[in-house]
Design a protein around this ligand. Sequence first.
Ligand code: GLN
Length: 190
Amino acid sequence: MKIGILAVQGDFEAHQKMIERLGAETAFVKAAADLEAVDALVLPGGESTTQLQFLNDEGLFQPIAERGGKTLPIFGTCAGAILLAKEVKNPAQASLGLVDMTVVRNAYGPQIESCVTRGITTLSDQPIEMVFIRAPMIERVGPGVEVMARRDDKPILVRQGRILAATFHPELTEDATIHSYFLKLVRDER
Ligand code: GLN
């Protein structure tokens, strides 16, 4: 099993460290051909506008949109979650449309623009450390989306089939709970 990580910009190396620590192989994805060699894809945090441009320039957008959730499980964090959404606001931006949710970019306001907190998820009784960096807010989720964690009542960790999206950055903490769960989704062991 090989986990591809979109390696354009942002914190892709943190995902690589976490996934390799869990014993899975990784490969950086920078071009459409790289997708052929991986069993799953991570869309890291960073700047979603830059990443979107790259997906379009490299011909990655179409194959990811087609295979995502079907033959390609995906885990998106922060900017990655923005790319996965069906609708993006503030400002509106094209996206892969793979998760039935509406996200509002940079929506947490200046006081909590970036912060570290702890929160409960459906994955464990123990709270998980959560790093938010200019995070998007998930404003709406459709009926096919499971909400696995919330902050101030808003979803922050969601799953639609074999696609997982977090508005925070589990790759920037020591806690591997969420990445382990993604590897289970990839192995279809839910
Ligand atoms: N603010 C970024 C965006 O809108 C996301 C920030 C992040 O990934 N940490 O694309």
